[in-house]
Design a protein around this ligand. Structure first.
Ligand code: ZN
Length: 133
């Protein structure tokens, strides 16, 4: 039988609160104290929510308000993500360039020969409008 990892277990716990008996889940919980803590906290949070907010019913317009606030197209959501992660991507590229030159000391001519593709990569990361494919 396939062994369940922490991510799979927590995903299953979060999605199926009332799932009764699952041997793979039980076996993982016996062996993993971090997931046992997660399961206990999740159960406590569910109990508290039921005790204090169990009688809350969404009004008639709730679902239409949620749908109205979702991104209109996948590119809208992707564009936001791309803008948000651009600084991290540029920083990662710079770190990789730095590690490359730290790890492999080379003669000056060879270094300038390897610099060109790196500059191309960086300008591609910074300016996605210059797509040449
Ligand atoms: Zn675990």
């Amino acid at each position: 039988m396939k062994k369940m990892n922490c991510g799979e277990l927590r995903d299953r716990l979060t999605r199926n609160a009332d799932e009764r008996h699952d041997p793979a889940k039980e076996r993982h919980l016996e062996q993993c104290s971090a997931c046992r803590t997660y399961a206990e906290r999740l159960a406590t949070a569910r109990q508290l929510l039921r005790a204090h907010h169990g009688n809350v019913e969404p009004d008639a317009g709730f679902s239409s308000r949620v749908i109205a606030r979702l991104p209109k197209s996948p590119t809208e959501a992707l564009g936001w993500a791309a803008v948000r992660f651009l600084p991290a991507t540029v920083a990662l590229a710079l770190v990789l360039v730095w590690f490359t030159f730290q790890a492999t000391p080379q003669p000056t001519e060879a270094a300038s020969a390897t610099l060109a593709p790196t500059e191309d990569l960086l300008s591609w990361v910074i300016d996605p409008s210059g797509d040449e494919q």
